[in-house]
Design a protein. Structure first.
Length: 135
């Protein structure tokens, strides 16, 4: 497809679009959890029990909400991009483990699995030229 071959020169634009879309959606998912308070944080953090971690679910839930909200923002602007992607990948791994352990099935867990794979790939690719971290 010679017509689409020239799009390779817009690689950084593509990364910007991916960063913007993922960043906004992670903020959209994390912000309500962050505002939900200790009850919400405990509910989210109780997912750690599927990894054998049963202490301080409120703190784990707060960390997940902060990771989704501020990690999404960092991805959006391209600052501390790789660490943010790593933390979001770990958060998605916990979410997918929870869904699979609950018996929700692969169709429900697939969203978290897919996002985890994307975040892992972005760790290797980096934020691209149009970012605060540009090099």
């Amino acid at each position: 497809m010679a017509l689409l071959a020239s799009l390779g020169k817009y690689r950084n634009t593509g990364l910007l679009i991916i960063r913007a879309g993922l960043g906004v959606m992670m903020i959209y998912h994390g912000y309500p959890k962050l505002l939900g308070g200790p009850e919400q944080w405990e509910a989210v953090g109780s997912s750690m029990k599927y990894l054998g971690i049963t202490f301080t679910p409120t703190i784990w839930g707060l960390l997940a909400a902060v990771t989704e909200t501020f990690g999404g923002f960092l991805i959006l602007i391209g600052l501390a991009f790789r660490p943010a992607c790593l933390f979001l990948m770990i958060t998605m791994a916990v979410a997918s483990t929870m869904h699979l352990s609950n018996g929700d099935g692969l169709m429900i867990a697939s969203h978290a699995i897919e996002l985890g794979i994307v975040f892992l790939g972005l760790v290797f690719i980096g934020p691209g030229r149009y970012s605060v971290d540009k090099k």
